[in-house]
Design a binder for this molecule. Structure first.
Ligand SMILES: [Zn+2]
Length: 303
């Protein structure tokens, strides 16, 4: 009896281990397990990340994929991981490469982002989105079935805390850092930070006119102060707070160079012509440099 029990126990354990390793592989090459029950889909280096967080009461998704093809891949991964429903989708920003796939999960999921997200998403909604996506490829036409704009059902202000199953999610608004509503998601118990798009590894960020570099630096400082073990940026590979350190160094150098040229009396157009950042020539999206110089110019002129 005793033997049979322990043998049965071994078998159960073995099956559990086998299932766990099978799951990790079966999710496909785009998924990485970063902690127990936490998976990140990073389809291509510069694409947006979508994350799956399992809890005893269901699934929380953070961003819904670069395209509906990626959203469907996340949906399939969730089905392999658990029979529980997707309870919540947290959007870390308003742009389509993070939010188009909301329709795949909602209903039944409740979508949440900071105040202003719904308004910004409706204002930017492209009425031809379904047609243009469908015409990209047969695979996309299939993935986009049922597409409609799903804006957040819940908009919080400044910060809020969600308790789902055994996990705690702290939602932190990042002001003026990337889109009209940017949310970082901090899991204090797991020490995992989903950092939105304030700092993208090895990439020049697209800085829109309402974004301010001093606000980006303040947000980065606040996120670093959480002392996360793992940082999952809105795009690109997950890593550590080095992602923040790299961005801080980049902006410090940019502000220094733009400031020096402005003090020499150079105009914004002249600075755009003259300024070089050879230290960052390997970063992606060099064509975004003019928006970075404009933002730095706004910042140095404000001081
Ligand atoms: Zn964006």
């Amino acid at each position: 009896m005793r033997l049979r029990t322990s043998f049965g126990f071994v078998i159960v354990n073995y099956l559990a281990l086998f299932a766990a390793s099978m799951w990790a592989q079966d999710l496909g090459p785009h998924f990485r397990k970063i902690k127990e029950g936490i998976y990140v889909q990073s389809a291509r280096e510069v694409n947006s990340n979508a994350s799956i967080i399992l809890t005893k009461e269901g699934v929380v998704i953070i961003d819904t994929g670069q395209t509906p093809i990626d959203s469907r891949e996340v949906q399939e991964a969730v089905k392999k991981l658990t029979a529980l429903p997707v309870r919540l989708v947290i959007d870390t920003e308003v742009h389509p490469d993070h939010t188009t796939g909301n329709f795949v999960f909602s209903p039944p999921a409740i979508v949440i982002n900071h105040k202003g997200a719904s308004e910004a998403m409706r204002a930017a909604a492209d009425p031809n989105r379904l047609t243009s996506l469908s015409s990209q490829s047969p695979e996309m036409r299939e993935a986009v079935q049922g597409y409609h704009l799903v804006t957040p059902h819940v908009e919080y202000q400044d910060k809020t805390t969600l308790y789902v199953g055994e996990r705690t999610f702290e939602l932190l608004h990042l002001r003026n850092v990337h889109s009209e509503a940017d949310t970082a998601v901090w899991l204090p118990n797991e020490r995992v930070l989903f950092a939105a798009s304030v700092a993208i590894p090895n990439s020049i960020n697209n800085i829109r006119p309402f974004v301010a570099i001093p606000d980006m630096l303040a947000a980065i400082k606040m996120l670093k102060s959480l002392n996360p073990e793992i940082v999952v940026p809105g795009h690109g590979s997950f890593g550590t707070t080095k992602i923040f350190d790299d961005s801080e160094r980049y902006y410090a150098l940019l502000l220094e160079r733009v400031g020096a040229l402005a003090r020499e009396g150079k105009s914004l157009d002249q600075i755009k012509q003259e300024l070089r950042m050879p230290e960052y020539k390997d970063w992606s999206y060099q064509e975004r440099m003019p928006t970075n110089i404009e933002a730095a110019y706004r910042a140095v002129k404000r001081n």
